[in-house]
Design a protein around this ligand. Structure first.
Ligand SMILES: NC(=O)c1ccc[n+]([C@@H]2O[C@H](COP(=O)([O-])OP(=O)(O)OC[C@H]3O[C@@H](n4cnc5c(N)ncnc54)[C@H](O)[C@@H]3O)[C@@H](O)[C@H]2O)c1
Length: 369
């Protein structure tokens, strides 16, 4: 059984849940700078990105100290990486630390699950690529939407006819603002988080690539940052683009909502696949009229609603559960030497799209990749 350590206990708590569930690894250590997060398993669930993760744990476990469940607490990343018992690390520190912490973990020969984004800038990621190419350990990226049950269903439906290419992809994401109580407020400044487009739209660029099997050719992006005065970057981004080899995409990403909605459509010559994800079964956007987290519908182009096939999904279509599942898949892939759901190249290509979108917005022009 391989021994894992989670570095950064914000969203890192979903990684903790993953290692606790994994049949291929055991949770050996955690590492953080906030004493409260190290004092007991349920450290500070009300802060940062953690509140939505609470249902992943039994209350009884949350009340225990880490040592009581056999997990060592480290207060510095150097210490945890120097521990020869640690085989695997999840790097869940703020975005601007990812490159530094990834290099440190590579120097200590760990297998690594790195939270997104891979870096804040393509130039930084470029310096990483030769190191990664020569690296003997394994590195996965935290793109958990790839393992969301409804997203996997879309892939399965598309795979039924691999000869039919995707002609258009759209993704509309409406969500509440980023929380303001993250460690040292790193998310509020572009120099630490990369802004909306690098921090979070990278997930949607990744899904565009994953569900179409295509790479972006050109990107145009417009943004507004007039809504949240305390964040120094865009609140909403509208992005259009084309794929190499044909096909178009559109992504709309708004941090100014009061609920969560993610809608995806994938268009092919004879069919359309539509997917909707919610954070909770209850949503103000459908008057609480449904009981699922996710829905996928497939219909003929020009067909009727009653002819469409429909699948609904429970909490395995939600983000916290997906992160836990990604961690389990990551450890299984290491144990059985299988490809990861998302790897460094996926992190790199989605960052290239994000950077192109930022340049497009800043310079008011279409950017070729
Ligand atoms: N995959 C996803 O859907 C998803 C969701 C949320 C966050 N994230 C990513 O996870 C990362 C963390 O985000 P968060 O929301 O948990 O932030 P957060 O601020 O809530 O937590 C970050 C934690 O890292 C700790 N930390 C900072 N520097 C450290 C160091 N040198 N050594 C040890 N610990 C250190 C902090 O003390 C803090 O507890 C970010 O990269 C973010 O993009 C991914």
């Amino acid at each position: 059984m391989r021994r894992a350590a989670v570095i950064g206990l914000g969203i890192g708590m979903a990684h903790v849940a993953g290692y606790l569930k994994s049949e291929d690894a055991t949770l050996y250590a955690v590492c953080d700078l906030i004493e409260e997060r190290l004092s007991k398993v349920g450290g500070t669930f009300s802060q940062g990105s953690m509140l939505c993760l609470q249902p992943l744990f039994d209350q009884e476990l949350l009340d225990k100290r880490w040592e009581e469940i056999g997990v060592i607490c480290y207060r510095s990343i150097e210490e945890v990486l120097c521990d020869p018992m640690v085989d695997i690390v999840s790097i869940c520190t703020p975005d601007y630390l990812h490159v530094r912490h990834l290099i440190m973990a590579m120097e200590h020969h760990k297998d690594i699950l790195l939270e997104k984004p891979i870096a804040l800038h393509v130039s930084e990621a470029d310096t990483l690529l030769p190191l990664i190419a020569a690296y003997e350990g394994r590195i996965a990226l935290g793109y958990e939407f790839r393992v969301v049950s409804a997203i996997r269903k879309i892939r399965e439906l598309l795979a039924e006819d691999p000869t039919s290419l995707v002609e258009a992809f759209s993704l509309y994401h409406f969500r509440t603002p980023f929380r303001r109580d993250k460690w040292m407020h790193w998310i509020e400044q572009e120099q630490y988080s990369g802004g909306l487009i690098v921090e979070e739209t990278c997930h949607w660029f990744d899904l565009a690539r994953y569900l179409t099997g295509k790479e972006a050719d050109s990107i145009h992006c417009v943004t507004t940052d007039a809504i949240h005065d305390d964040f120094d970057y865009e609140d909403i981004a509208y992005i259009n683009g084309s794929f190499k080899g044909g096909g178009i995409f559109q992504i709309s990403h708004a941090l100014s909502g009061f609920d969560f909605s993610l809608q995806i459509t994938v268009h092919r010559k004879h069919e359309v696949i539509w997917c909707g994800l919610k954070e909770q079964p209850y949503s103000s956007l459908d008057n609480g009229s449904t009981s699922y987290h996710g829905i996928v519908s497939r219909g003929r182009v020009g067909g009727t609603p009653d002819e469409a096939q429909v699948w609904t999904f429970a909490e395995d279509a939600s983000e916290p559960v997906a992160i836990r599942e990604l961690v389990c898949r990551f450890t299984r892939c290491i144990a059985e030497d299988l490809p990861f759901p998302a790897d460094v190249q996926d992190g790199y290509q989605s960052l290239r799209m994000a950077e192109a979108a930022r340049i497009s917005a800043r310079e008011s022009r279409i950017v070729q990749l």
